[in-house]
Ligand binder design. Structure first.
Ligand code: MLT
Ligand code: ZN
Length: 454
């Protein structure tokens, strides 16, 4: 063991310092297989005090730190790529959940999975406003650090909007902690907002105080077949103006559904295939199925429909959408891009994105799905030759930027996209961000290569 490994073992216990690359492997490769790293060791502290001591020891040794939650990120932000001297700091052991208070807030350890917070909230009659398919592994610390979105953004907003306060260790070893106190506060800078979306470059989250939302006892899901993205948007516009309690509006297309059917063995939802599918979910105190169905009955764009309000039926419909990520990965290692676009022109943007990929990587498959209400498309490119990966990203992100879109709607910039940050953020924005970074982490210890080029 090196001196640093010994020092860290004294802090967290030898069982929680992994120096054997074979043992550390699950921390060093993201689950899509695109991002692979190396590091000098993985350390797994079990308390805020231990995180503070780990960061102080790493700082004294000049070792870069790569924080990691559930390793479900999609932009390489938690993988120490080209950082053999780094320490990978896993927060997964910080799983303490405090009591749900009467205002519906809870303080969760950064390593708590979204599913564990959801269950904890349900037991108290509340729910978490944040949800996505990797809920069993994704941690709240990682979700906040990347300002993750998911399938409930339309109703409750993204991860940042759920944060009432954070506890975090800064590169200096200072602990900032504001997870107690009143719900409402206007006293100074909101460090929670600053750290949300900072992708581990400004501080390491150890606890997060999240607001919960009332649990909705009744839910209805509708899966609709339509002729394309524009038709899906038209249906969504009507539903949004006529139905109460919409919680999700998710889009997928014919080629994505084919991959899902092949990977999961599920039966097709309809007797024939359609160009596009819109999955809607409504939640309320009374079963929203009837209200939803009666609005849908008037929608000329709806070519076929399946609805369910029982738990099994809802889960079966959701599976067609939620299995996209794993089914795409089962077909190869995708170039994953996550773009936000103005809602007007979304259908045109879809065609333009496909054409842009075809130009730089002819024959590559483009699988698009996403969160329709936010006009957030997940663009997954399969079968692009490895020497065309950057060209594919460049072509897609420039196409999006030309249309006033963002290079990242909910996955973050990570190690995948620093060179394209300037397509979305102005030079003045980036200069301000860099000044914040150097004020809080002057030696560039925290997650180098993420957000900004090294
Ligand atoms: C999703 O919406 O399913 C996630 O963002 C994951 C993905 O884009 O693959
Ligand atoms: Zn998503």
């Amino acid at each position: 063991m090196t001196d640093l490994a010994k020092e860290l073992a004294a802090v967290v216990g030898p069982a929680h310092v992994l120096t054997d690359p074979a043992v550390a492997m699950s921390y060093l490769v993201d689950w899509t297989g695109r991002w692979r790293g190396t590091c000098r060791l993985v350390v797994r502290p079990g308390s805020t005090e231990q995180v503070t001591a780990v960061i102080a020891a790493c700082a004294a040794a000049g070792a870069p730190i790569v924080p990691q939650g559930g390793n479900t990120g999609l932009v390489g932000g938690g993988v120490p790529v080209d950082l053999p001297e780094a320490v990978l700091l896993s927060l997964r052991r910080l799983t303490d959940l405090g009591p749900v208070d009467r205002n519906g807030t809870v303080v969760a350890g950064a390593g708590s999975t979204l599913a564990s917070i959801q269950q904890h909230a349900h037991a108290a009659g509340w729910d978490l406003g944040l949800d996505f398919a990797s809920r069993d592994s994704a941690t709240v610390g990682g979700a906040v650090a990347t300002n993750a979105g998911g399938v409930r953004v339309l109703r409750y907003g993204d991860a940042r909007r759920q944060v009432l306060g954070v506890e975090a260790v800064l590169a200096s070893g200072a602990l900032v902690s504001h997870v107690d106190g009143p719900m409402k506060e206007s006293a100074g800078y909101d460090l929670g907002s600053l750290l949300a979306g900072s992708e581990g470059t400004l501080g390491v989250l150890t606890r997060v105080r999240v607001r919960l939302v009332p649990q909705l006892p009744a839910r209805a899901v509708a899966l609709l077949a339509v002729d394309g993205v524009a038709e899906a948007q038209a249906v969504l516009d009507s539903v949004q103006s006529e139905v109460d309690g919409l919680t999700a509006a998710e889009l997928f297309l014919r080629d994505g559904l084919s991959l899902v059917l092949a990977a999961t063995g599920a039966a097709p939802p309809f007797s024939r295939g359609w160009p596009a599918y819109l999955l809607l979910e409504c939640g309320g105190r009374v079963d929203p199925l009837e209200a939803l169905a009666s609005v849908l009955a008037d929608q000329a764009e709806v070519r076929d429909a399946a609805v369910a309000s029982d738990a099994t039926g809802r889960a079966a419909l959701w599976r067609y959408r939620e299995a996209h990520t794993e089914s795409i990965s089962a077909a190869g290692v995708p170039v994953k891009l996550d773009v936000g676009l103005p809602a007007a022109g979304l259908a045109d943007a879809e065609y333009a994105i496909r054409a842009a990929v075809d130009e730089v990587a002819p024959g590559a498959r483009v699988i698009i799905f996403g969160h329709l209400a936010e006009a957030n498309l997940h663009v997954n490119v399969l079968d692009a030759p490895s020497d065309r990966v950057d060209a594919v990203s460049d072509a897609v992100l420039r196409t999006v930027a030309e249309r006033g879109g963002s290079v990242s709607a909910e996955h973050g910039i990570g190690r995948a996209k620093p060179r394209w940050l300037g397509l979305t953020r102005s030079a003045a924005d980036i200069a301000a961000m860099r000044r914040i970074k150097s004020a809080l982490d002057p030696d560039g210890l925290l997650n180098p290569g993420v957000l900004f080029d090294r």
